[in-house]
Design a protein around this ligand. Structure first.
Ligand code: AHG
Ligand code: MN
Ligand code: MN
Length: 280
């Protein structure tokens, strides 16, 4: 496990450098989710593959940018699912982007996730890992320096509502509206890494990416995005559920690119989601 975290740190430093120097143009091609890939998506994917391929305890690697998992070592114990550059469509605007990692054993199902991590490339480069606790590190020079344990309060002040409002279901609109009426503030960049990081650092709130009329299963992918953050939120004392009120980490992944509606937050906001979704 330590070896994997070390490889993630090496990847993060290389990707941070790559963001500074690579142009923001498109690569010719789309990924499995049908999204156009940037050169940076492809470069970040290669960097992570190169670094993780050096870790002999890894059996399989699954990437948002690859159709199928690749084998690293048949005898390895761990399976790693990663999103090399989340929010890459924001990179031309100079908003923050990130990398997300889920470390699994046996399968890519939620219950088999052992640990997770993400990197934020913003004005600073930060790493958050969740093995036993959720811990925050900041890149200073060549080292990730420990900053703090991340812990959510029971209730926050931030509302980060994903998806296209035009396609929200009526009960979802009511949930979001009710949080604003309680005084919650809109904080949404369109990159799940900085949006979820902000809630963790400020101590609470709700990030939602619901199922919508055009995408009933939502947009965010279980293996690369949803399960890793569900683990981090739970380790920070928060909750992470789907639209049926189930713990995200109890869900299976039938294939690595499968998506799910998802809600991450502190306990008060997650209870509200359950009420508005008829699961309380
Ligand atoms: P990616 O850049 O890896 O494809 O993922 C972006 C994700 C996530 O960061 C964000 O919350 C969501 O897509 C926003 O998508 P829409 O703007 O399409 O709603
Ligand atoms: Mn993503
Ligand atoms: Mn991505």
């Amino acid at each position: 496990m330590t070896e994997i975290i070390e490889a993630i740190k090496r990847s993060a430093k290389r990707i941070a450098q790559e963001i500074q120097t690579t142009d923001f143009g498109y690569h010719e091609g789309t990924n499995e989710s049908g999204e156009q890939q940037l050169k940076l998506d492809v470069r970040s994917d290669l960097i992570i593959e190169e670094e993780l391929a050096q870790v002999s305890s890894i059996k399989l690697l699954a990437s948002e940018e690859k159709s199928d998992p690749i084998t690293i070592n048949e005898e390895g114990r761990y399976l790693v699912g990663y999103d090399p550059l989340d929010g890459s469509s924001l990179v031309d605007t100079n908003l923050s982007v990130g990398s997300i990692f889920g470390i699994y054993e046996k399968s890519f199902n939620g219950p088999d996730l052992l640990a997770s991590a993400y990197v934020v490339y913003g004005p600073r480069v930060e790493l958050v890992t969740a093995t036993i606790k959720a811990e925050r590190f900041i890149l200073q020079g060549d080292d990730f320096v420990y900053l703090q344990e991340l812990a959510l309060k029971d209730k926050g002040k931030i509302n980060a509502p994903g998806g296209t409002q035009k396609h929200w279901y009526p009960h979802h609109k009511k949930l979001i509206q009710s949080l604003f009426e309680e005084g919650y503030r809109l904080r949404y960049s369109g990159g799940m890494v900085p949006d979820l990081h902000q809630i963790l650092v400020k101590g609470g709130g709700l990030f939602s990416y619901p199922g919508t009329t055009d995408k009933p299963s939502g947009k965010l992918r279980k293996v690369f995005e949803v399960f890793p953050f569900a683990n981090i939120y739970e380790k920070a004392g928060g909750n992470a559920i789907d639209d049926l009120g189930r713990r995200l980490l109890e869900l299976p992944a039938h294939e690595v690119h499968e998506t799910t509606p998802c809600f991450f937050g502190s306990s008060y906001e997650i209870q509200k989601v359950k009420e508005y979704y008829g699961q309380a």
